[in-house]
Design a protein. Structure first.
Length: 174
């Protein structure tokens, strides 16, 4: 009886929408059960409960579970698969001048579907994640930082140059 009450309650609730791009994978969970899809356009990886967009369209993610001798099939989400949009990445500044001992903050803006975190590099050496990112205690000189982001249909990068200079000393004449 509890399973039937749960089924009626869940059926009366609007389904949450999950937006996924073709080739992108997102996690779906409604607790214990067997997960599957109404459509071959959505591939559900059993055990890990990941939804992967196969073709553009809309379908429902389903969870099946047993209650006594009855097996219930309940929709847990409406899955909307859209086209994969390649990432773009722009920086708020490409050329930053700071005095020795000061800090430089770089901010990256991205567009695209299913983007991962923004990664920052100096040459091939990883320097951090996210945006904005602040660099402090850089030695005097020129430092090139590259921001990178990717998704299932491409990658984008942009460079910023941080110029660290020795501050001028002012002399007071008497």
């Amino acid at each position: 009886m509890i399973g039937v009450a749960f089924a009626v309650l869940l059926a009366a609730t609007p389904l949450p929408q999950i937006h996924v791009a073709v080739g992108e994978t997102v996690s779906v969970s409604a607790g214990v059960g067997t997960y599957y899809s109404e459509s071959p356009d959505i591939a559900i990886v059993f055990g890990s409960m990941n939804v992967r967009g196969v073709r553009v369209g809309t379908t429902r993610a389903i969870v099946g579970f047993a209650s006594g001798f009855t097996y219930h099939r309940l929709p847990i989400a409406e899955v909307i698969v859209g086209p994969c949009i390649a990432p773009t990445l722009t920086l708020d500044a490409q050329d930053v001048w700071i005095a020795e001992g000061e800090s430089a903050t770089l901010t990256a803006m991205t567009t695209g579907t299913g983007l991962g975190a923004i990664e920052w590099y100096e040459g091939t050496q990883f320097r951090g994640l996210g945006s904005p990112i602040t660099y402090t205690a850089l030695p005097v000189g020129t430092h090139v930082r590259t921001a990178r982001v990717s998704n299932a249909c491409g990658a984008a990068s942009a460079e910023a140059v941080i110029h660290v200079v020795v501050p001028r000393r002012r002399t007071v004449r008497k």
